[in-house]
Design a protein around this ligand. Structure first.
Ligand code: SF4
Length: 325
């Protein structure tokens, strides 16, 4: 999957009915075969809008989306993409219709796509087995499932048409830590077994460390950092990434880096800050940041960051990481 400078702008409505509000700006990323890429950022960063744009549920106002090197355009293009990619929704229970049995729900994608199914019950059993649920589960209704079981049913549904790419929106949200681990292990097993690629949308950094080969960090609808997960976590080049990592819950509170703590709330997209859009919250901001917007620039092999001081920061972080370990 290749996204090249994808932008999404939504109409403001009311008096300003012609004006459009930019939600995503020039987002480029790719997910290779069997690769796992995480898209991270706080609420309001545009992560879910991006997933919806990929699936054709949200119109794009600029840029292009391609699958297997072929542009995804129009209804036919999106139908091709929806055959190759499946979406796992954030609220697993709410996304399952309460009046349908689990057996019906996991085989529903075949009906939606008009694919004939000679033995729906057998297929339901097969899909449930793939996600570690017993065949008897096929006769249950969504309200009878635990959070973890509902998430597994969501995964089984996503796998029905044998996708090559799964777009997972907050796959562990609302689950206990032990159930989160179960879902993550299931995702990792399915990746190994079926060669699945993942685009994972999350603000759970523990999940990113565990399953993502590469990470893309969004702030106010723009990419502020991207690169291989291990390198980005070891030495984040952008202060926003560093702040997200510093804010992760840790067993020993003394390990929290208060000097990197993020300040305040995400600004409204209606009032984007001047210069670097992160300057109102950045613990490292200097005068130039208020005035001049940084570009997304290379910071070492396969890495990019949008900060005037990214190179310095990455070097300092790298040295510190080496001392700590
Ligand atoms: Fe912070 Fe300035 Fe870098 Fe923006 S450009 S992230 S304000 S140091």
């Amino acid at each position: 999957l290749d996204l090249a400078r994808v932008s999404v702008a939504l109409p403001l409505g009311g008096f300003l009915s012609r004006a459009r509000l930019p939600i995503l700006m020039d987002v480029s990323l790719s997910v290779g075969r069997g690769e796992s890429v995480a898209l991270v950022g706080e609420s309001g960063s545009g992560k879910t809008t991006l997933a919806r744009a990929v699936m054709g549920l949200q119109a794009v106002s600029g840029g292009s989306i391609a699958l297997d090197g072929q542009a995804v355009e129009g209804a036919a293009g999106h139908a091709r993409l929806r055959r190759a990619a499946a979406m796992m929704f954030q609220d697993a229970t709410a996304s399952l219709s309460p009046r349908l049995t689990v057996g019906y729900l996991v085989t529903e994608p075949f009906r939606i796509h008009g694919v004939a199914l000679p033995d729906p019950e057998g297929m339901a059993r097969e899909l449930l087995a793939k996600v570690g649920l017993p065949p008897a589960m096929a006769r249950r209704y969504p309200h009878e499932l635990s959070g973890g079981q509902a998430r597994r049913v969501g995964v089984a549904r996503a796998l029905a048409l044998k996708p090559r790419l799964v777009i997972a929106d907050e796959p562990t949200a609302g689950l206990d830590v032990s159930v989160q681990a179960e879902v993550l292990n299931l995702m990792a097993d399915l990746r190994a077994e079926m060669g699945l690629a993942y685009l994972i949308i999350t603000h759970n950094l523990a999940l990113v460390r565990h399953v993502a080969d590469r990470v893309v960090v969004l702030y106010l609808g723009r990419v502020v950092e991207k690169g291989p997960t291990a390198q980005v976590f070891a030495a984040p080049a952008h202060p926003y990434t560093a702040s997200l990592i510093a804010a992760e819950p840790r067993p020993d509170p003394r390990q929290r880096r208060m000097d990197l703590a993020i300040r305040g709330e995400v600004p409204s997209v209606l009032r984007r800050p001047s210069g670097c859009e992160f300057h109102t919250r950045c613990p490292m901001a200097r005068e130039v940041c208020r005035v001049t917007a940084p570009d997304l620039a290379p910071v070492g092999a396969g890495r990019q960051a949008r900060c005037h001081f990214a190179d310095q920061r990455k070097d300092q972080q790298g040295e510190q990481h080496a001392v700590e370990h």
